[in-house]
Each structure stands twice: as structure tokens, then as C-alpha cells.
Design a protein around this ligand. Structure first.
Ligand code: C2G
Length: 723
């Protein structure tokens, strides 16, 4: 057996599948796998019969050091390779490393970081990593010929110095009786690495293949060790580790790197912790720090800036008070630099520090729909109900994007992110939003946040997503913070309620009311309303209306929240076939930046993308064509026929696996793939209605059961009237 792969496993059930798959697909086969379970259940390895896997078990949840040591006891290979259960490796990695291997030596490879699973990483990792600004860091080679420099300096921070991605001759470990120091929970890699480097006869860099280190996109439920919030212990461990293992570095030239790492640890971590530490704790840190810095050489001085040098000098004398003071001054300076650097930062600062300290206005309500893009959706209907039922009782403010909304009842309007916006965001008591509020929103005591959300979920949301590719990788953490501020969340149906609970990790009040935005679909005067809306849009009253309302596509974009749209319906053909009886109204999703030019289809096709409220468009539509948009859950309230134009279904297969429902089974209408099929379906729309009647009923029972036209009333009673 040439390689023993040691995997420390803490129950990362999803991640380890990628890890094992990357082993199963190795081009080089002579290796064994030792999975050390951290008091958790063994993973299911049945999908990998080609792997020789042995299990080892730590009695109780222990440290990575403990688990790796258990693995070392069992290892029989000539070489050792440590792999974390949440990481994976290139398929040629072992082959390349083995061919570079030397007796009693070490082969080390490059490490690349990723936020994504194997599939996503290898398919479009380059692009996504670039988007997340990771490409540069990943390519750290320096010009260094010195393996010591490479291995210590490539990591960001002391805690990230790692023994991962190395093929280590087991002879080094056994002859020198090396083990991971179990004293350390967070810093056991560096000592082991330093000892290995000190004892290795030779070190070889194997550049071609990568160890892929997966960053955790869910620090709330599954934090990586670096994400664990345990700063005090980390600070003490870091200091102890440096004190105990500094002597292992033998050459002066190498010493500089380890010293540099520790000096940075002082600047970026210890000093910040000291700023907030209680006096007793400070003294304790002072002692520890003095001891550690006593071991620091002077060679590092040239590498440090003035600020760092000063902190080191204070630390050497145990003057933690001075470090804390200096750090506070520095933090203040940096803060001011950011604040005065841009207007938007300044506004946020004033919002937090001044406006949020002003008296709250008890009857003021801020409304926002689709980030201020329009006057629509559930906030609109809640606003109207409030004003009709309790005229003059509430001071209402609507957020817009700079374009005035057409508001009844004389509500105020503010431009999103303007000074006035921050003023009202700070002082209002109530908030009615259909999307997420800004990250820096301050939830004031006594304020009430009503989140209506904007659709029954079809595509997986937040905490139910594995890979987050269309937003910031730390989306889950961000949403977690935002949803903590929500006091009420509207559920359109039981199905959504259950999903919202886990997808948002939401345990606040759930309003089982149906959607206020759908109240209009139940109005008794809807016939008359339909005529009025048709007139408003200059659509002949005698024409039937087909509404085409597709969603956006994650992978087709120009930039943040600016997505592309290509019309795949052949409007010429549709006009030829359907123009006598129908008109088509076309509405793109609010993320779509492309403006469609339908001028040549005057009298047949209308662009209603800018129309505020899609619910009013549902009312005038005889048939809906959509795809993977949540619009069909709402339209179903009208019991009118629906067609699903899923021309890119194949591409969506991947996404389909990320759907909450079995679309092929549950959709209350046919899936169609080209214009001819759509035309044919419309010609036979009555047959389709009959054919799908059963599915349609079942669909409504599941998704529309709570809708009765009184959602706004119920929501207002619960949130504003305390009933
Ligand atoms: N919408 C619209 N016009 C479209 C598509 C959507 O006006 N062409 C509106 C509808 O009110 C719809 C809402 O935007 O219900 C959400 O659109 P989706 O296409 O479902 O997509 P998304 O914004 O990603 O929201 O839980 C719901 C999900 O978050 C989906």
C-alpha cells in the first residue's frame, strides 16, 4: 500500500460524498482510506465500492488533532495524505504526487479554495471564483523557491497554516514519533507541519494538481473551524502554540515567516480582542503574549509596518493596555476613513449612530415592493386596506427607485438609499416589505417588521440550497441575520409555511392568511375591473388575452440583478395563427434588464413589463404561459388554463433537482417546448382544461386553499390591530 488517506469526519454528510468521489476517480489506485468518525455515525460509502475504506472512531467528539492521530495509528501506507471530509482533490493528484515522491521526503501541492461542490467547481468554478475575488489568492506561488515560505505564507492568517495537500513519507512521522498536539483544537496543523519540515530529507513542489479546499457557505449550521465563534480560546491557543513550537524552526531565514504570521495574528486578532476584553482577561493575555513575543527574532522587523512593530514592542513588555488603546485608535481611524470615503457609508453611519437614536414614530409605516421598483404585490394591498379601513390613522411612506410611484391616498415617497430613506427607516415603527431589507438594517426595540415575501417557493431557497451560485457565497449567513429581524411572515399556503420555516430558519410568527396580493382575484366586481384594465392598456375588450410571464435565468446576466432575456416564442407565427381571437401580453421578470421592442406587433403583442401590478394582468388574462416562475401559484386562483413553455428544460434539469415540487407530476398544464406546440395547445385549450381538470383541482387544494380574498384584512388585524 503506497498511500494512506486520513479523513477526519464530523458528520458532514453532504460534503463527504464529493470528497470520496474525488478519491474513487483517482487515476492512481494504490491507496487506502481511513475515515475517522468524530463520535458521529459512519457515512454511507456504498456508492464507492472501488474504495478500500476502513473506519476508525473517536469515543466522543474530539479535536481534529485527536482524529488524525487515530488515523495515524492505523495507517499502513508508505505515504500519508490528510484530506478533510469537506474538501476534494483533482483526479490526477495522487498520480502526479507519487511520481514526484522521494524517500523520507514531502511532496506538496497547490491549494485552491472554492465555495462550491465538485460539479459546480469544475463546470464553472473559474468564473465564480473570479466573481468572488478568490482567483489571485489561490494562485499563490510567490517567486519563492523556499518550501517553508510557501507553506507558511500562502495561508491567510495563522489558523489557516495547513498540512493539507501534502504527501508525507510515513517514515518521517514514525522515526521522529510525530503526532498532532491534542492540546490544540484550532492550531494543531502548524506545529505538525513545522516538525515535518524540520525532519524531511527533501521537499518537492508538485504544481500541476490542486487540493480543493471547500469554504463553508453555511456558517450558521455547519461552520468550518475558522468560522467557529470562539475567539477567546483561539487567541490563547494561538499564543501558546507559537510559544511552544517556535523553537522547531531551525533556520534564521525561515524564522522570519513564522514570526511574521504571529505578528499579524497580534495585529488582526489579539489586539481587537483586547479592545473589548475585561481587565482580568487582559492581564492574562498580557502574560501569555509577553512569553510568546519573547521568542520572536528581530529579523521580522523589516517586514512589519510601523503600527505592527509598535504593537509587538508593547507586547514584549506585556503592555496590553497600550495595545488596546492603540488598536482602538486605529479602528476609529479606519472606520472614519471608510465612512468619509463614500456618501453611502456616511449615510449608513448617520443612520446607525444618530437617526436610530431618535424617538420612534409609532404610527409610521414604511412600504417596499420589489426593492422600490413598483407599487405592487402584497405591500400594495395591505397599504390600501389600511387606508380604506383606518383612514388617517397611519403615516405611510413608500420606497421607490427614484421614479415616482402612482400612489393613491397621498402616501409619502422616498428614494431608496437617500437621506430621507434612512430617516424613515430609522424612525418608523412598522415595515411592510416583500423582499429582504438591507443587511445593515437596525431592528429597533418595539418596531414591527412584516415580511410578505413574493411567491410560493418553487426553486430552493437559502438554507435548502447546497451551492449558492447566484448570490454572495455568504448568502446564508446574510439571510439568517436579516430574517432574525422579521416579526411576521405571510404564508400563502401550508406548503410554503413549512418551507419558509427551514429555508429561512424562521421561527417567528407565521401568518396563515394567503397572499394579500391575490385578494383582487376574488373581488365580486372583477368583471367590471377586467374591462377597465383592458381599456387602460388599450387592449380591445373583445379580444382574449394570453399572458406570457417567464422567470429569470441565473446564468444569463450582465451584472448584479441585471439579467438577460431572449424571447423564444415566435410572435409572427402566433399572430398568424391566433391573431384573430387573441392578443399576447408579455411581461418579463423584474430582474430583466433587456427591453423588448414589440412595436412591429402593434395590436397583437403588448409589452407590459413596466406595468406595476401583475395581479391586475392576471385578471384580464384568459390563458397564462409561464415556465419556472411562481406566478402560476397565484394565477391558479382564477382556475383559468395554464401552459408551461419550458424550452430550456434540459438545461434546467440541474435546477429541477433543486425544485421543491415534482413539476412533471404536479403542474396543472402541459410542458411545451416550441412555438408550434404552444399554438396547438391554444387551439385546443378546452381539451387541455378537461385533460388537466383533475391535476388542477389537486393543485388548488394544495396551493390555493387559504386564499379567500380577505388576506389583507387578516394580516392587518394581526399585525396592526393586535387581534
Ligand atoms: N413576477 C412578475 N413578472 C414575471 C415574473 C414574476 O411580475 N414575469 C412577479 C410575480 O409576482 C412573482 C414574483 O415576481 O410571483 C416572483 O417571481 P419568480 O419568477 O417566482 O422568481 P423570484 O423573484 O426568483 O422569486 O419564493 C418565491 C421565489 O423566491 C421566487
Amino acid at each position: 500500500m503506497r498511500i494512506s488517506v486520513i479523513i477526519a469526519y464530523h458528520g458532514e454528510t453532504n460534503y463527504i460524498m464529493d470528497c470520496l468521489a474525488s478519491l474513487a476517480e483517482q487515476s492512481y489506485r494504490d491507496f487506502e482510506v481511513i475515515v475517522v468518525c468524530d463520535g458521529c455515525e459512519e457515512p454511507d460509502v456504498s456508492p464507492f465500492p472501488e474504495l478500500t475504506i476502513r473506519f476508525e472512531r473517536a469515543e466522543a467528539a474530539g479535536s481534529v488533532a485527536r482524529m488524525r492521530n487515530l488515523g495515524l495509528e492505523r495507517a499502513e501506507g508508505e505515504y500519508l495524505f490528510f484530506l478533510d471530509a469537506d474538501d476534494y482533490i483533482d483526479t490526477e493528484m495522487f498520480e502526479q504526487m507519487i511520481s514526484a515522491a522521494v524517500p523520507d521526503g514531502v511532496v506538496y501541492a497547490s491549494i485552491r479554495h472554492t465555495w462550491y461542490s465538485r460539479k459546480v467547481h469544475y463546470d464553472n468554478g473559474e468564473e465564480l471564483n473570479r466573481k468572488n475575488g478568490m482567483a489571485k489568492k489561490d494562485r499563490f506561488r510567490g517567486d519563492c523557491q523556499n518550501p517553508y515560505e510557501f507553506l507558511v505564507m500562502r495561508a491567510n492568517g495563522l489558523q489557516n497554516v495547513t498540512i493539507l495537500g501534502m504527501l508525507i513519507a510515513r517514515s518521517i512521522v514514525e522515526q521522529n514519533k510525530l503526532r498532532f498536539d491534542e492540546e490544540f483544537r484550532y492550531f494543531s496543523d502548524a506545529p505538525f507541519l513545522l516538525q515535518i519540515l524540520a525532519a524531511a530529507k527533501d521537499t518537492v513542489f508538485c504544481e500541476e494538481s490542486y487540493y480543493i479546499k471547500r469554504k463553508h457557505n453555511d456558517p450558521v449550521n455547519l461552520p468550518a473551524l475558522v468560522q467557529v465563534k470562539d475567539e477567546e480560546n483561539k487567541i490563547f491557543e494561538g499564543m501558546r502554540m507559537y510559544s511552544q513550537y517556535k523553537h522547531v524552526v531551525q533556520k534564521d531565514a525561515d524564522e522570519v515567516y513564522f514570526d511574521y504570521k504571529f505578528a499579524r495574528f497580534l495585529v488582526t486578532r489579539i489586539s481587537l480582542f483586547l479592545m473589548k476584553a475585561k481587565p482580568g482577561k487582559r492581564e492574562e493575555i498580557g502574560e501569555c503574549l509577553k512569553e510568546a513575543l519573547g521568542k520572536m527574532g528581530s529579523g521580522v522587523d523589516d517586514r512589519l509596518d510601523r503600527y505592527a512593530r509598535q504593537l509587538v514592542q508593547y507586547g514584549k513588555r506585556g503592555r496590553v493596555d497600550k495595545i488596546a488603546k492603540k488598536a482602538r485608535g486605529n479602528a476609529r481611524k479606519q472606520k472614519m476613513q471608510t465612512v468619509f470615503h463614500s456618501r453611502s457609508m456616511m449615510k449608513r453611519y448617520i443612520y446607525r449612530k444618530i437617526l436610530c437614536k431618535m424617538k420612534m414614530i409609532p404610527d409610521m409605516v414604511v412600504f417596499e415592493s420589489f426593492f422600490g421598483k413598483n407599487y405592487s404585490d402584497s405591500p400594495k394591498y395591505i397599504y390600501e386596506y389600511l387606508n380604506e379601513t383606518y383612514p388617517g390613522t397611519y403615516k405611510c411612506v413608500w420606497v421607490n427607485t427614484g421614479k415616482k410611484l402612482e400612489l393613491p391616498y397621498g402616501g409619502k415617497q422616498v428614494r431608496r438609499f437617500s437621506f430621507r430613506y434612512f430617516y424613515y427607516m430609522a424612525r418608523s415603527r412598522y415595515f411592510v416589505f416583500n423582499g429582504r431589507q438591507p443587511r445593515y438594517f437596525v431592528k429597533r426595540k418595539g418596531s414591527v417588521f412584516l415580511e410578505t415575501w413574493h411567491g410560493t417557493p418553487l426553486k430552493k431557497l437559502v438554507f435548502d440550497m447546497d451551492d449558492v451560485t447566484s448570490a454572495t457565497p455568504l448568502y446564508k449567513e446574510e439571510v439568517y441575520k436579516q430574517t432574525r429581524a422579521w416579526d411576521y411572515l405571510v404564508a400563502p399556503n401550508q406548503f410554503s409555511e413549512e418551507i419558509f420555516r427551514h429555508a429561512f430558519m424562521y421561527d417567528g410568527n407565521m401568518l396563515e392568511t394567503g397572499y394579500p396580493r391575490n385578494d383582487i382575484l376574488y373581488r365580486s366586481d372583477r368583471e367590471q375591473l377586467t374591462g377597465e384594465i383592458k381599456d387602460e392598456l388599450h387592449i380591445p375588450r373583445d379580444k382574449k388575452v394570453i399572458l406570457y410571464a417567464p422567470t429569470w435565468r441565473d446564468d444569463e446576466y450582465y451584472g448584479h440583478a441585471k439579467y438577460k432575456f431572449t424571447l423564444m416564442l415566435d410572435l409572427d407565427r402566433m399572430r398568424e395563427e391566433l391573431g384573430e381571437e387573441y392578443v399576447v401580453i408579455l411581461r418579463t421578470h423584474y430582474f430583466i434588464a433587456d427591453a423588448l421592442d414589440l412595436s412591429e406587433y402593434g395590436g397583437f403583442a403588448y409589452n407590459v413589463s413596466k406595468y406595476d401590478d401583475i395581479a391586475r394582468l392576471y385578471l384580464i388574462s384568459d390563458v397564462l404561459i409561464t415556465d419556472y416562475s411562481s406566478v402560476f401559484f397565484d394565477f391558479a386562483n382564477l382556475r383559468r388554463p395554464m401552459l408551461f413553455f419550458t424550452y430550456d428544460l434540459e438545461k434546467y434539469r440541474g435546477v429541477l433537482r433543486g425544485f421543491y415540487m415534482d413539476v412533471e407530476e404536479e403542474l396543472p398544464g402541459p410542458m411545451l417546448f416550441d412555438t408550434e406546440q404552444v399554438i396547438d395547445a391554444i387551439h385546443h385549450i378546452e381539451d387541455i382544461q378537461k385533460e388537466y381538470a383533475h391535476k388542477y383541482n389537486k393543485f388548488c387544494d394544495k396551493y390555493c386553499a387559504w386564499e379567500d380574498g380577505h388576506a389583507s384584512e387578516k394580516v392587518v388585524n394581526a399585525v396592526f390591530r393586535g387581534e
